[in-house]
Design a protein around this ligand. Structure first.
Ligand code: SF4
Length: 159
């Protein structure tokens, strides 16, 4: 135990250094300072999910900016949506959005969520996230890096 404590002291904190706080964002989230988000995969290839899991890992530690993922939309202030919206997921996304208490914020993560990306025009795709629910923040990239996603998260939490 003593050896482990000494090793922890020697290695120190491993998280990415916190970037400078974002300038005041036009996004006016009622939950600024502490934002709870429900994640919805509307039809992603899971590439964006891997980067989101990186955001909440000890290395990027998104929770230090006041953002948390929660299991129920009833507990959430908004949605974190990935993927083009598929026919099978359109009503589920709408229902999940309706289950979040107003005012609510929607963050679209990845090119597919923002503008259908490589799945534009595909038979099984209804459209981008904004075709189904209103979107407040878009994070572009295929997939966006954890750092880019965190910029979007911080624009909502304001921290
Ligand atoms: S943006 Fe790229 S990584 Fe994300 S779901 Fe679409 S294809 Fe996958």
């Amino acid at each position: 135990m003593v050896g482990l404590t000494a090793r922890i002291r020697r290695v120190g904190r491993m998280a990415e250094a916190a970037p400078t706080r974002p300038a005041d964002s036009p996004i006016r989230s009622a939950a600024r300072g502490s934002v709870q988000l429900r994640h919805v995969d509307a039809g992603s290839c899971n590439g964006c999910e891997i980067e989101i899991s990186g955001c909440f890992s000890p290395v990027y530690d998104a929770e230090r900016y006041g953002v948390r993922l929660v299991a129920s939309p009833r507990h959430a202030d908004g949605l974190l949506v990935t993927g083009v919206v598929t026919r099978n997921m359109a009503s589920a996304l709408r229902d999940t959005f309706d289950a979040v208490a107003a005012p609510k914020t929607v963050i679209a993560v990845g090119d597919c969520a923002c503008d259908e990306g490589m799945f534009a025009g595909a038979y099984g795709a209804v459209g981008a996230v904004s075709a189904v629910v209103p979107v407040d923040v878009e994070v572009r990239g295929c997939p966006p890096s954890p750092s880019e996603i965190i910029v979007g998260l911080r624009s909502v939490s304001g921290r």
